[in-house]
Design a protein around this ligand. Sequence first.
Ligand SMILES: NC(=O)c1ccc[n+]([C@@H]2O[C@H](COP(=O)([O-])OP(=O)(O)OC[C@H]3O[C@@H](n4cnc5c(N)ncnc54)[C@H](OP(=O)(O)O)[C@@H]3O)[C@@H](O)[C@H]2O)c1
Length: 253
Amino acid sequence: MRIGFLGTGEITAAMVRGLQGQGHQILVSPRNAQVAASLAELPGVSIAPNDRVVAGSDVIFLCLLASVAKEILPGLPFCADHAVISVMVDAPLATLRPLCAPATDIAITIPLPPIAVGGCPLPVYPDTPELHALFGDRNLILPQPSETALNAHLGASALCSPILDQLLTATDWLAGFTGNPAAAEAYIVAMIRAYLPERAAGGDLSAGLQKLSTEGGLNAALRAAMAPAKADLRQGLDGFRPRLELPDTQDRT
Ligand SMILES: NC(=O)c1ccc[n+]([C@@H]2O[C@H](COP(=O)([O-])OP(=O)(O)OC[C@H]3O[C@@H](n4cnc5c(N)ncnc54)[C@H](OP(=O)(O)O)[C@@H]3O)[C@@H](O)[C@H]2O)c1
């Protein structure tokens, strides 16, 4: 497949690395110059100006900041046959449609940097066969019923940072007793990984939590001590509602 990337930053680098070795022809735009140069060392990857990225590709990934996209997309040679997949935050379909006209096959997905190695969840709306063809073998494609549902995934994706922060706090605490930060980190990461199912299908998380709920046990005691953090988490996620255009009507207390 002929694939183009507009905006060659962190997420493009991860996606291109995730696609390498599959025989695709990939064009990346020249900015960021350093990232583009390192990707161009991969087989099948070339650097081209933005207009040639669009003209020379069947599938075009929009990996720009939304503010930059509004400036540069209107001048690019999109055509009706193009499949456009945006990964941009703050660029809803209503904004993208006029920017990419006459292309009408436009989808939004939410890749994460681990897409470079596979195993990345990829919520998408509307569903698009190109995403399955390119990333479906090694990643978890999750078609969404609406743009609102997709945007809620954007909010949930922010969970990664506070969870890693908590794991670091526990690692520091453990290392304070063992004197070995690397071994402490190895323990924490392996322990958490061991508790997570390879592919959760509904009910797996609550079943796992149930097993960690022995009355008087250390797990139950720490969870009780951290109970206020649950409200903080929900409040933080709810704070995304205006930015992600999520309705106020789904309040669950
Ligand atoms: N990083 C993530 O984990 C992630 C995950 C999901 C979605 N996203 C979304 O993906 C988009 C890109 O994020 P990112 O983290 O990859 O950001 P980034 O590393 O800053 O990449 C943005 C790229 O756009 C380039 N650019 C600026 N002006 C340009 C122009 N006129 N023509 C072509 N390219 C231009 C920048 O080049 P210069 O460096 O030369 O300015 C930079 O390489 C954002 O909308 C973000 O919300 C990111």
